[in-house]
Every structure is written in structure tokens, then in C-alpha cells.
Write a protein that binds this ligand. Structure first.
Ligand SMILES: *Cc1c(COP(=O)(O)O)cnc(C)c1O
Length: 384
């Protein structure tokens, strides 16, 4: 505090602020960015792009990683490279971020909405099986809120029915299934590095795959569909979905600290689980085959409080605790309403969406922050 500030009468005590998420840039981010600026390599060519892609591939345990300008373009690129197009159906969970359905629609294909399982909020394989049509080309499986979905069940089904499996790992970098990294199971997996994700590049994304041919096709489509051996010659309509060296510089510094960031998320989750047990809130689990990254820690309000979730959130915010409702089910929103199969019901997605509240999950939180959130939340629940 400055001398002057010390002499002034103290203002009202500032409300403590506990963020839902915030970038954690305490590593070599600034140093790497400076290298970009000083070297002039600020666009999409440069050592950080290749170093970041290599580091990501190594982390997921696959041979190929291709960076993109965000997670949505990663999903679109993956589906386009798989030649998903008009006349095709792609299965997608009803409870997910809208970008999943959008990417399918960008391809001219039809998203088929399927309900999720209550225990991990991932696709329910039995329901997926029932939703398949002769037009189904692919399943877009999401590891929602950092918990891997039923990869073994979905892989078996996709192999049996010759469907492509696309993993959306936007929220689950660092998560594991049967001891292997999420993102290494599907034909292709897509990541996001938006500001609130496990690691960030500001905006950014990536596609990873074991399939060299698919990787080549994604590279081609990402770079305008331009022929490698003939500059400015285009055989197909491609995209410019590249990440910049500046963004990749931040990404490399971030992925160097991935273990630390994941441990911070898991530490927050352990504290929440210990402090909120027995409170009447529904709390997330971690199935035996899985290591979750608890990207966002969600509490499900008791049913009687669900209608007053917004009011509760406002009371929490007034005391500095940021929260966010869980995603709305896709089938409830105008652009996606028509893609629910006629006989489909979404009891799990609807109930979770009505009751769920994401609690502060930033990797920058200390145990005292999580304790403060729990104290405030328990007090406000008590007040009803
Ligand atoms: C964030 C997110 C995306 C989209 O990523 P952007 O980088 O924001 O385009 C896609 N799917 C899921 C599940 C996400 O959470």
C-alpha cells in the first residue's frame, strides 16, 4: 500500500472475487511471446507452431497434431476431412456446447441428438445404438466438463457399425481412460484452447489423429485446400483455420505446465467433494476407469431449488462467487430443436441442465478460495 493510501480513510471492504475460470499464465508465456515479436515470426509459420503441435501429440500419445484457430474450426475441419456432408447423420450428445452441433451443420450434415448418462454426462451407448440410421456416418463423443465418456462402449459400437468416432476433448486435455490419454481413442480428436479451457492460447484449437492420411487431408483443408506442390492451385474449397505462432508460443508455455494445471483442477475438486459431501447437492464422481480433469466443478441443486437457480447465483455473485449454469440441452434451442429424433426423450440432459451450477474452478484458486466458496454456498443454501 502506498503512503497516501495508508492515510486515506479506508473504503468499504472490497468483496472477495473468486473467478469461475481465468487463464493461468505464470510460466514462460511472456518469454516465448517476446521471442516471436523480436524474431518477427508472428503469423502462422514459426517454431512455436511446430513445437506446440509436437508437444500436444506427445501428450496425447498420437503421431499427428494439427493446430487450428479455435476448437469449433477443429471440429469442422475433422468432419470435413472425414468427408461428412449432405445426406449424412452425425450423433451428438444433447448436453454439450453448441459448437458440436454447429460443426456438423456447417458440413451440411444432420446432427442426431442423443441423451447423456447421469454418472458422467457423456453419450449413453445404448441410446446411440437406437438412434443410428442408415445415414449415420460418425459419432461425435464429448468428454463433458473434463470427465471422459464411455470410450470403450462407443469404440466397440463404431467399429461394429463402421462409423467414424470423433472425440471432442475441448474440456478434457489431460484426462485419461484406462490409463491412456483422452483424445487417443477416436479416428480424430479435437481440442479447444479458449481462455477458460485447461490450457489456453487465447483462441485456439487442434485436431490429433493416428491416421497419416487423415492428417494430411486436414492439413490441406486447413491451408485453403492449396496443393503442396503447386502454389495457388486449389483442388477443393478449403479453409484458413490456422493458429498463429504468437498463440502457439503461449500454448507451448501452457502445455509445459499441463500436469500442474490438471493437478490444480483436481485439488479444487477434492476440496469441493470433501466440503460439500452431505449438503444435499449432487456432486460429480469419477468412474473407476477414468481420471477426470474436473474442468468445471458442477453441483446439482436439490430439485426444489432448481427454479431459483438464477436468484441463488445472483446472491453468490454479490458475495464475489462467480458461477455459471450448465449448458442448455441442444434440443431446447431454436437452431437444433428439429434434430431430436421423434421418439427421443432427454430426461438426463433436461434434469442436469435445470439443476446444474458450475462453481469456481480456476487453476489459480487456493484452498482458502474453495473454502470461501463452500462457506458462502452452504450459507446461501441454508437460507433457502
Ligand atoms: C469450448 C468448446 C468447444 C469450442 O471451442 P472454441 O475454441 O470455443 O471454438 C467445442 N466443444 C466443447 C465441448 C467446448 O467446451
Amino acid at each position: 500500500m502506498s503512503e497516501l493510501a495508508r492515510q486515506l480513510p479506508s473504503a468499504a471492504p472490497a468483496v472477495r472475487r473468486v473467478p469461475l475460470a481465468e487463464p493461468n499464465l505464470r510460466g514462460r508465456e511472456a518469454e516465448y511471446l517476446r521471442e516471436c515479436v523480436e524474431s518477427g515470426w508472428v503469423s502462422s509459420i514459426g517454431r512455436f507452431v511446430t513445437d506446440f503441435e509436437r508437444a500436444l501429440a506427445a501428450r496425447v500419445g498420437v503421431p499427428h497434431a494439427l493446430s487450428t484457430c479455435n476448437g469449433t474450426t477443429a471440429l469442422h475441419l475433422a468432419l470435413a476431412a472425414l468427408r461428412v456432408g449432405p445426406g449424412d447423420d452425425v450423433v451428438v450428445p444433447d448436453l454439450t456446447f453448441a459448437a458440436c452441433a454447429n460443426a456438423i451443420l456447417y458440413c451440411g450434415a444432420r446432427p442426431i441428438l442423443v441423451d447423456v448418462r447421469a454418472d458422467d454426462l457423456g453419450l449413453d451407448v445404448d441410446l446411440v445404438r437406437r438412434a443410428l440410421t442408415p445415414r449415420t456416418r460418425a459419432v461425435l463423443a464429448v468428454h463433458l466438463y473434463g470427465h471422459p465418456c464411455d470410450l470403450s462402449g462407443l469404440l466397440t459400437l463404431c467399429r461394429e457399425r463402421r462409423l467414424a468416432l470423433v472425440e471432442d476433448v475441448a474440456e478434457a486435455l489431460g484426462a485419461e481412460y484406462d490409463g491412456a490419454a483422452a483424445g487417443g481413442f477416436g479416428d480424430v480428436a479435437c481440442f479447444s484452447f479458449y481462455g477458460n479451457k485447461v490450457i489456453t492460447t487465447g483462441e485456439g484449437g487442434a485436431c490429433v489423429t493416428r491416421d497419416a492420411e487423415l492428417n494430411q487431408r486436414m492439413t490441406f483443408l486447413r491451408d485453403h485446400g492449396m496443393r503442396k506442390d503447386r502454389r495457388y492451385w486449389h483442388d477443393e474449397v478449403g479453409f484458413n483455420y490456422r493458429l498463429t505462432n504468437l498463440q502457439a508460443a503461449v500454448g507451448l508455455a501452457q502445455i509445459e505446465r499441463l500436469d500442474e494445471l490438471v493437478e490444480a483442477k483436481r485439488r479444487n475438486a477434492r476440496r469441493y467433494l470433501a466440503r460439500l459431501a452431505g449438503s444435499g447437492l449432487g456432486l460429480p464422481g469419477e468412474s473407476a476407469r477414468v481420471r477426470s480433469v474436473f474442468w468445471m466443478f458442477n453441483a446439482l441443486l436439490p430439485e426444489r431449488l432448481a427454479p431459483r437457480r438464477a436468484e441463488l447465483a445472483a446472491r453468490l455473485l454479490a458475495r464475489g462467487v462467480e458461477t455459471r449454469p450448465i449448458f442448455y440441452p441442444l434440443h431446447e434451442m431454436p437452431p437444433y430443436r428439429d434434430f431430436a429424433p421423434v421418439d427421443a426423450a432427454f430426461p438426463v440432459a433436461s434434469a442436469v441442465a435445470a439443476r446444474g451450477l458450475s462453481l469456481p474452478s480456476a487453476t489459480t484458486l487456493g484452498e482458502d478460495d474453495v473454502d470461501y466458496v463452500c462457506d458462502v454456498l452452504l450459507e446461501e443454501l441454508e437460507r433457502g
